[in-house]
Design a protein around this ligand. Structure first.
Ligand code: GLN
Length: 314
């Protein structure tokens, strides 16, 4: 289908597709290990789709603010690659799916040389936070926020400080991962300072249109087609998108590749960022999660749309 005709078709069908997928939220649970997240409405489901000409389609709770959580890891990886280059980054994190939960420590002890399997699991993203350039945690966080604002083309993006504090004061698991990495010699910096950078970027609050705009930059090889700005070197977009396919949906990345067939990254707040390369940036939110930590209704919606519009890359 030509571009604009497909966008018209999407605008027409999205409200009904969202209504059907929303019912699936009943099969999931809102994450509560970060206490503040438990306040999120379980039945919410929203989507925004944006094309390179700036045409968009949104439906459901697309305006619902939510924190980026693990979705932010894609962009901190990119910033670390821009700051340090591939050689340094991949001496500290691997390139393979872990096969374990996103917050697992298992393989850090079992598999030599004790570096995280990839940059999208918590251990890997904590190491990535340590690689962001900046004089101290505040400057590092400020650079990350500036980069996110540039990508979303939205200077109003900011932290949800309640969620930041809620995570930071209860993150016993992430603290143990980080101290373990310090003991392994992978983390050199002060552990609490590294974690502070990590918790801050997880707590950046966005909504579906922001996420769609950020995803569109990835869909267009690092260029923002709407502003004409070149924001990310093509090679780093290629690396990020590859990780999204192999590890972006945690332990369900294979299932998502079969069901939807697009690069994607999810987060515990229920966000999913995905894209149809060259065509669309897509942001989804649906806070009820399945056991693997992905939005139940969000995945259902993307499966439906991918099949209907033949989006799978495979
Ligand atoms: N901030 C969350 C954590 O570290 C991010 C995890 C996620 O979104 N899966 O637990």
């Amino acid at each position: 289908m030509p571009f604009t005709a497909e966008m018209d078709a999407l605008r027409a069908c999205l409200p009904q597709r969202v209504a059907v997928s929303r019912a699936h939220a009943a099969n999931g649970q809102v994450a509560s290990y970060i206490p503040d997240l438990a306040k999120t409405p379980r039945e919410a489901l929203g989507i925004s789709i944006l094309d390179p000409s700036g045409n968009s389609a949104s439906a459901g709770d697309s305006g619902l603010p939510f924190t980026m959580q693990s979705v932010s890891k894609v962009f901190t990886l990119i910033l670390a690659l821009m700051d340090r280059g591939e050689h340094i980054v991949f001496s500290k994190v691997g390139m393979e799916p872990s096969g374990d939960n996103f917050n697992s420590m298992l393989k850090l002890e079992l598999v030599e040389p004790g570096i995280p399997f990839n940059p999208l699991i918590n251990a890997g993203a904590i190491v990535i936070s340590s690689l962001i350039k900046g004089d101290g945690p505040q400057k590092k966080s400020a650079r990350i926020l500036h980069f996110f604002r540039e990508l979303a083309h939205n200077d109003a993006l900011d932290y949800n400080l309640e969620e930041y504090r809620s995570e930071s004061s209860t993150a016993f698991r992430n603290r143990s991962l980080a101290y373990f990495l310090k003991d392994n010699g992978v983390l050199k910096d002060d552990v609490e300072e590294v974690l502070d950078v990590y918790f801050h970027h997880c707590a950046v609050e966005i909504s579906c249109p922001d996420l769609a705009r950020m995803a569109l930059v990835l869909a267009c090889g690092g260029n923002d087609p709407i502003s004409g700005q070149s924001l990310i070197p093509r090679r780093f977009v290629q690396i990020a998108k590859t990780f999204m396919v192999t590890c972006g949906m945690y332990n369900a990345s294979g299932e998502f590749a079969i069901g939807v067939g697009l690069p994607a990254k999810s987060g515990v707040s229920g966000g999913i960022m995905t894209m149809v390369p060259g065509r669309y940036g897509i942001g989804v939110v649906g806070p009820a999660l399945n056991r693997k930590g992905n939005s139940v209704a969000g995945v259902h919606l993307l499966e439906t749309l991918s099949r209907e519009f033949d989006w799978s890359l495979f």
